[in-house]
Design a protein around this ligand. Structure first.
Ligand code: SAM
Ligand code: SF4
Length: 320
C-alpha cells in the first residue's frame, strides 16, 4: 500500500511493552517505573495479532518487535509464533538490548525470528553500566554469541553515538566488521521524551563520524533501509549510519509503529497518534479501516530540525 507521497508502506514496528530491564539515560527517565503504562492498557497478544493481520492485508510484509525491552514481555515467543503464521508476513525482526538473549535466542529462531538488532553503545563494562544505569555488558556479549549460534545472522549492532561518551570507541566498533560479519549501525541521538543524557554527552552527527574514517567505502543500501551503508575495503561486515536528524531519510520511510498501549504512530517524530483500541473493540474491518487511515496520515517529512514540538512519549513507550 502506498501513502499520500507515493511511499510503499510495508513495515510495521510493534512495541510489545514499555517495560525494560535497563534504564538507558537517553531513552528512559531514571524513575522509569513511576510512569509506567498500566498493565490493563497494554494490548493483549490477541489484539496485537489482529492488528498485524490487518496490516498484512494492507501490504505489510515485515514486522519488528521492540519496546521497551521486547524480551521481558511474558511469553513473547508465543506471540512471535502467532505472527509467523500470518499470511503475507515474510520477515520478523526483533530489537533488543540482548540481556535475555543467551536463554532465548534458540527459541526466538524456532518461533520465526529472522533478524536481530542488538543495542550496545560501548564495549567497556563500566561505561555500559553507566549509560544503562546498571546493565551487565557480559550478558550482552553472551547474547551476541547466542544469536550467532542460533543462526540469527547477520547480527546488527546498534550504537547510539554520544559525543563525550563513546567517541573513543567508534574505531573499535568499525574494526569489528573487519573480521566479523556484523552490521554496526551508528544512530544519531534523538531528542525524544524525557531522556536525560546529562551535560556530558552530546549530539554527534553521522557525517562527523564518517569524516573521521575516510577508509570506509559506500556500498549499496539494503532495500527499504533507513541506513546509509559502508564497509572497510577488506571487511566482512558493514557499517551503517542512521541519521534521523542530520540527513533525514523520510523520503524512503516505509514504516508505521504500533505502541504497546494500542496507538499507531505514522511518524516517530510526530506527536500524532491514531487509536486502535476503539476499532479493536468493534471489528476486524474497523481495525483495517483505522490502519488504512493512519497510513494516509504519514507526514512527508519530520520537522525536528525546524523547531517542531518535542516528542512527548519516551522512547521506551514508542519503540525505536
Ligand atoms: N530495548 C531494546 C533496545 O534497546 O534495543 C529495544 C527498544 S530501544 C527504544 C530501540 C533502539 O532505540 C535502541 O537501539 C536504542 O539505543 C535506541 N534509542 C533509544 N533512545 C534513543 C534516543 N533518544 N536517540 C536515539 N536512539 C535511541
Ligand atoms: Fe531499555 Fe532499550 Fe530504552 Fe535501553 S534503549 S532503556 S534497553 S528500551
Amino acid at each position: 500500500m502506498r501513502d499520500d507521497f507515493g511511499r510503499e508502506i510495508n513495515y510495521l514496528r510493534i512495541s510489545v511493552t514499555d517495560r525494560c530491564n535497563l534504564r538507558c539515560r537517553y531513552c528512559m527517565p531514571e524513575a522509569g517505573y513511576a510512569d509506567i503504562i498500566p498493565r490493563e492498557e497494554i494490548l493483549s497478544f490477541e489484539e496485537i495479532v489482529r492488528v498485524a493481520e490487518a496490516a498484512a492485508k494492507l501490504g505489510i510484509r515485515k514486522i519488528r518487535l521492540t519496546g521497551g525491552e521486547p524480551l521481558v514481555r511474558h511469553n513473547v515467543v508465543d506471540l512471535i509464533s502467532k505472527i509467523h503464521e500470518i499470511e503475507g508476513i515474510e520477515e520478523i525482526g526483533i530489537t533488543t538490548n540482548g540481556i535475555l538473549l543467551p536463554e532465548m535466542a534458540e527459541d526466538l529462531k524456532k518461533a520465526g525470528v529472522t533478524r536481530v538488532n542488538i543495542s550496545i553503545d560501548t564495549m567497556d563494562p563500566e561505561k555500559y553500566k553507566r549509560i544503562t544505569r546498571g546493565g551487565d555488558l557480559n550478558r550482552v556479549l553472551a547474547g551476541i554469541e547466542a544469536a550467532k549460534k542460533a543462526g540469527l545472522t547477520p547480527v546488527k549492532l546498534n550504537v547510539v553515538a554520544l559525543g563525550g561518551f563513546n567517541e573513543d570507541e567508534f574505531g573499535d566498533f568499525i574494526e569489528l566488521t573487519r573480521r566479523e560479519n556484523y552490521i554496526i549501525r551508528f544512530i544519531e541521538l534523538m531528542p525524544i521524551g524525557h531522556a536525560d543524557v546529562g551535560d556530558s554527552y552530546g549530539f554527534i552527527s553521522n557525517q562527523e563520524i564518517l569524516s573521521r574514517f575516510p577508509e570506509l567505502v559506500p556500498v549499496e543500501n539494503e532495500k527499504f533501509s533507513v541506513s546509509d551503508d559502508y564497509r572497510l575495503p577488506d571487511g566482512k561486515g558493514k557499517v551503517g549510519f542512521i541519521s534521523a536528524l542530520s540527513h533525514h531519510f523520510c523520503a524512503s520511510c516505509n514504516k508505521i509503529r504500533l505502541t504497546s498501549d494500542g496507538k499507531i504512530k505514522p511518524c516517530l517524530h510526530s506527536n500524532e497518534e491514531i487509536d486502535m483500541k476503539g476499532p479493536l473493540a468493534v471489528s476486524d474491518e474497523a481495525v483495517l479501516e483505522a490502519l488504512d487511515r493512519s497510513i494516509h496520515h504519514k507526514v512527508e517529512h519530520h520537522l525536528l530540525n525546524e523547531g517542531a514540538a518535542p516528542i512527548e512519549r519516551d522512547m521506551n513507550k514508542i519503540g525505536g
